[in-house]
Design a binder for this molecule. Structure first.
Ligand SMILES: [Zn+2]
Length: 113
């Protein structure tokens, strides 16, 4: 991996948020542990990349949120911020519920009928 592919992974991650992906989704795409780590060994600089590639598991979670709605604190119906997904397992759902909600807000996909 290099800076270009790291940028591609980050871009995919952010698009994932817009489509309904949240941190903690199954697969690696919505993982929050991706990073660029620069270390030095003597006079040598070593750059290590950790990315978050698109995976079928992440897409499964996002598609499972299509058209799902939630009730906002003011009692309105919203499709934004939905974490539950029709296509995740109970164990995956528990992982999502354990994630802090203040980071990784999400958009939604809505089918056109
Ligand atoms: Zn994120």
């Amino acid at each position: 991996m290099n800076y270009a592919s790291k940028f591609e992974h980050d871009f995919n991650h952010e698009i994932g948020h817009n489509l309904g992906g949240v941190h903690g989704d199954p697969g690696l795409m919505m993982d929050t542990t991706d990073d660029i780590l620069i270390t030095t060994s003597g006079s040598k600089k070593i750059t290590t990349f950790k990315g978050s590639p698109i995976t079928n598991d992440a897409i499964r979670a996002i598609i499972g949120r299509t058209d799902m709605t939630s009730i906002t604190p003011k009692g309105n119906v919203s499709g934004y911020g939905v974490v539950e997904s029709k296509y995740i397992t109970p164990a995956e759902s528990q992982t999502l519920k354990a994630m802090p909600r203040q980071c990784g807000s999400n958009g939604r996909l809505k089918s056109i009928k």
